[in-house]
Design a protein around this ligand. Sequence first.
Ligand code: ZN
Ligand code: ZN
Length: 410
Amino acid sequence: MLSQKQLENFAELAVRVGANMQPDQEVVIRCDVQCKDFAHLIAQKAYQFGAKYVSMQWRDEVLGRINMLNASKETLCQIPDYLVEQSKYYIDNKVCLISISAGDPNIMKGCDPDKLAAANIASLKANKEFRNATMSNYLRWTIVSIPTRAWAQQVFPNDDADVAVDKMWDAIGHIMRLDTDDPVAAWRQHIATLHRRAAFLNSHNFEYIHLKNNSGTDLTVGLATDHEWIAAEEKGQDGVPFTANMPTEEIFTAPHNRKINGTVVNALPLVSNGNVIDDFCITFRDGKVVDYRAAVGYESLKGILSSDEGVLSLGEIALIGKNSPIAQSGILFYNTLFDENASCHLALGASYPTTVKGGNDMTAEELSKHGMNSSLQHVDFMVGTKDIDIDGIDYDGNVVALFRNGEWVI
Ligand code: ZN
Ligand code: ZN
């Protein structure tokens, strides 16, 4: 368990390093009702650093399940106008968003996958404008995470709930560097290291990244024309830097959605809409998925891959060494925020306009010309095994080793 001081430091990290809230800004905290105590701590910190007003957007995963089991597909696909209006208010008022990602990874287990996928697509469509505002950094936002009971029990299945929650707080405390004297300073230093590597990758302007390991991954990922590798801190459209994921260990950019060839095998399970997909592989030709298999959760993977055209290509490639604190913890969190920072990953679906130079000012057509992918979806899945080798290949055909046996060599 963390001390009160450490919890306060954590809340401060979310406000100052994560969303980098500016004085007199409105703050919206989005989280499940189970996280209310920590949400209140964040609200206090926000005011301490000059927030204008803090409001909550509560979620309730248990009610979500009850609705999914009992309401009709038609009803679940009708997203009420007031929710869309609420998102518009957030955009119009340039609020600072702090999300707490925490919940039971299996909350939707046993629900109708067809209904789940339809409701998810309806929600994505209704929130398109809002999602654009976050993906293009118009709004500054961050995601942090804390344990919930059902989740901790899934992560530590051999312990009872109280012990599992304590263990998870300890793990998150270490990963968030809350066991250092000055977590804000520790994060600033970590962010500087990530930025140095991103600068190296950008200076080489690679045409392709090649990933290969012993479990069957042999994939060449072309990179978008004028792509830019981004790490940790990004600039909001207002020029104020922020760190969208806390923790973050990744350096990522956009693939070219017509230049991806080969097969990739997952390294960790993928949790999507409360379902676990595992032991799967996906084969690409000229940027498109042409084949896929999954020993666990095949129907869920099929549901994702049937949702639109763009989900059949990639929107992100991210590199993370196996010595990152999350990877070293050896814990499988069943939560993207942690697991994607434990392992190199790819994302099916939309790319971030920020990962190509000048992307925020480009039309959809211009983005597409650069090989940027568009989709309602953005589904990260982990591919970085302990033995993965990764090379960068530049436009002259020069090969530069980036990873050997799962760790950076630059
Ligand atoms: Zn990522
Ligand atoms: Zn991603």
